[in-house]
Write a protein of this length. Sequence first.
Length: 131
Amino acid sequence: MKLLLDTHTLLWYANSDSNLSRLAATILADPANDLFLSMASVWEMAIKSSIGKLSLSPNYRDFVTDAVSGYGITILEITFEDCTTYESLPIPNQLHRDPYDRMIAVHALNHSLSVVSIDQKLDGYGAPRLW
């Protein structure tokens, strides 16, 4: 299965947080599954870390590097095609106002991925969501 981790999913998985659902923990730990992370999540963590809204151990760079290599995550760059899809999504008031989550939905759609996320608002974009 090809899985796209929402930002909170990666953070909860890396920190063994009890907020992570049993299903999410099981499928993320299965080596048969391919794990992906949107560059939007990488950017979101950088922004939140830089303004003090997110504390990563030991620091932002090492956390992301260790997570990507340790979990075998492939980072999805943001392409012009992704931006074109983003522009065609329903207007933010109808579904999701968060630009990071909207790009996560785009990456799921454009790469045929299932999103691993607690966020039910993502369901409105048509990509499968697991939790």
